[in-house]
Write a protein of this length. Structure first.
Length: 130
């Protein structure tokens, strides 16, 4: 069983590098065009040159926190800039709208419950008096 382990590790690294290369956006690929990286990974996967080259050179480093980098490796002010929910005014506005809607729904339910309770009390007192 152990004699298959190196083969399985090479296969796992090859598959990981191939899928990672396919899922990486074109603008994050370094050095060569993405199509060339896919071909390098596929052609030189058996000897580990392709997958190791992709991991070491081809893909962009994630989470390095360089200048102007936001959490997750994205640049601030760019198209992909991410804002935390606590700082996002649009998200906070949707929460307030949902809270208002839920509060009005709760008031309606409470009023309906009071009406039903009053109706039950009237029935009970009316039946007991008979």
């Amino acid at each position: 069983m152990l004699r298959y382990l190196p083969f399985l590790l090479v296969l796992a690294l090859w598959i990981y590098a191939f899928i990672d290369c396919l899922n990486t956006p074109d603008e994050e690929v370094r050095g060569l065009p993405k199509v060339v990286w896919v071909l390098i990974i596929l052609l030189f996967g058996e000897v580990l040159v392709g997958p190791v080259a992709w991991i070491a050179v081809g893909r962009a480093r994630r989470g390095t926190g360089g200048a102007g980098a936001a959490p997750g490796g994205r640049r601030r002010g760019g198209r992909d800039a991410w804002t935390a929910p606590d700082d996002n005014p649009e998200f906070l506005a949707t929460l307030r709208a949902e809270n208002t809607k839920d509060a009005s729904l709760l008031k309606d339910w409470e009023a309906d419950l009071r009406r039903r309770e009053d109706e039950l009390r009237r029935r009970e007192t009316g039946e007991d008096a008979s």
